[in-house]
Design a protein around this ligand. Structure first.
Ligand SMILES: [Zn+2]
Length: 497
């Protein structure tokens, strides 16, 4: 009698790594896009099912990059959904959370969401949206955000800087009051706009207009002050926040202190704040513009060290790419800013390099444990942004979204398998539509070998195999399971009663 098990794929010789455990010699049976079983000798249940040999390498939940900018109007030379998500899967990421961005003149955000859904149809990986709110009218807050939550958009991002986007403290409190009521996560870009504007005017007045002046205009203190201020606003409003792309040691200390006081304050940092200093912006040839981003890369290596420390000690909840690229050699890209740094589009490419840079520079150097790496790159973003029920770990019933690495030196020595040949990164090896990478020349000892989305191998590095565009699905997100309002207020007055 022939028994049909419904198993579509079995991964063998896996060292399963989740945010809590590392378990060698495992097999993973996948059925209908979901993980069915973990264990040993699963092939004996289903001998004819295709097997994929992980050769002892780590098998982790697929990367979740919770901060990605694709096809936004403000960066006409950036990646679109096809090229950006193609790049994501070739770097081990199976879900991106990107932005649907309201323009100040948009009186409703419903058409904005519709438009971003249209832009995302070519996605190679699964995806969701955060809403960027630049004009939080009463109508949008009261009537539209509840509809978004129903549609699975459960986070908003607000800016404390950038002229066309920034909100004042009063507006931020109004947004927080609403997101608190709806259970949405509030993401904040924290930099003091007025400080930056004042410095910029002074710099331009002295003809300091080269790319490096961008870093001078956005000193640590602007991030430190805004971080402290938004933590205070969130404490007053009793609302969980996530401070995006942190780069400064003192700002990270403010977050740490708040967490010690049990405030629901989360933070993220990005590979470029772990690995690059503002030295990259120097030089007379304008190549420094390639590393112009906000907050700026920091001058002092102590800031970089503080970001690594923050990953290890739990100050940071997530590590994301903030993939927000513009082409270098293009009149509408970085070259808009040849006459002054203020016109250089902000942002770097990084959706493909996020997983391998942090794995090689974090895990393989011993700075981060494997379990912490999984937590930061997949499990925590899943939980914080309402995907914790289906993504972010390896367990029966979860989406079979996986990244499989080459065996590490230790693993290869144990089981006789072969490691990846180390290589120096060259932009031609990447799959984005951007003409440079800030990590050019960096040596890699490992890289995602296979990326699996809902049970299908969508990236095979040895054969350069990618899936077709449009195979990614929109994921409806629920609420954060990491934190919620505490019902604790700064004095006896309860502002919401
Ligand atoms: Zn961003």
């Amino acid at each position: 009698m022939k028994v049909t098990t419904g198993i579509d794929l079995i991964i063998i010789n896996a060292t399963i790594a989740t945010a809590s455990d590392i378990i060698p010699n495992q097999e993973i049976a996948i059925s209908n896009g979901k993980i069915l079983l973990l264990g040993q000798n699963l092939q004996s249940i289903s001998p004819t099912t295709p097997a994929l040999d992980a050769q002892g390498g780590y098998v982790m939940p697929g990367g979740i990059d919770s901060h990605v900018h694709l096809a936004q109007d403000n960066s006409p030379t950036g990646d679109n959904w096809e090229t950006g998500t193609r790049s994501a899967i070739a770097g081990g990421t199976t879900t991106v959370l990107a932005f649907a961005s309201q323009k100040r003149t948009d009186e409703s955000v419903i058409p904005v969401i519709k438009e971003y859904h249209r832009r995302a149809v070519d996605a190679h990986c699964d995806y969701g949206f955060h809403l960027i709110l630049t004009n939080p009218t009463q109508h949008i807050l009261q009537n539209e955000l509840p509809l978004l939550v129903k549609e699975g958009i459960t986070s908003v991002k607000i800016y404390m800087t950038y002229q066309p986007m920034k909100l004042g403290d009063g507006q931020i409190l109004h947004v927080m009051e609403t997101t608190r009521r709806l259970g949405m996560t509030t993401m904040v870009h924290a930099e003091n706009s007025e400080m930056i504007q004042w410095m910029t005017t002074k710099l331009e007045g002295r003809r300091r207009v080269e790319p490096y002046a961008h870093a001078l205009a956005r000193p640590n203190i602007a991030e430190d002050e805004a971080t402290y201020r938004v933590i205070s606003l969130s404490e007053l409003a009793d609302v969980p926040i996530l401070i995006v792309h942190m780069s400064s040691k003192l700002a990270a200390k403010h977050v740490r202190k708040a967490q010690t006081r049990l405030l629901p304050v989360h933070a993220e940092t990005c590979p470029h704040y772990l690995l690059l200093t503002s030295e990259r912006l120097r030089g007379d040839d304008f190549h420094g513009s390639k590393c112009v981003c906000s907050p700026a890369l920091r001058e002092d290596p102590m800031d970089l060290q503080a970001m690594w420390d923050g990953l290890s000690n739990g100050t940071f909840t997530t590590v994301s790419s903030d993939h927000a690229p513009s082409k270098f050699d293009h009149p509408l890209g970085k070259k808009q800013g040849t006459s002054t740094f203020t016109q250089i589009p902000n942002g770097l490419p990084g959706v493909e390099t996020r997983m391998p840079t942090v794995f090689c520079e974090g895990v393989l150097t011993g700075r981060l444990s494997v379990t912490k790496y999984v937590e930061l790159t997949s499990s925590n973003p899943a939980k914080l942004y309402g995907l914790g029920h289906c993504k972010g770990t390896i367990a029966p019933g979860y989406d079979a979204d996986l990244v499989i690495w080459y065996p590490t030196a230790e693993q290869a020595a144990t089981n006789g398998s072969t490691m990846m040949t180390p290589f120096k990164l060259n932009n031609n090896l990447l799959h984005h539509d951007i003409d440079y990478t800030p990590f050019e020349g960096m040596e890699f000892n490992n890289w995602p070998r296979y990326t699996i989305l809902r049970g299908k191998v969508i990236w095979n590095r040895d054969e350069e195999l990618l899936n077709g565009k449009g195979e990614g699905r929109y994921v409806k997100r629920g609420m954060s399971t990491l934190s919620k309002p505490r019902e604790v207020f700064v004095n006896e007055f309860h502002p919401y009663e």
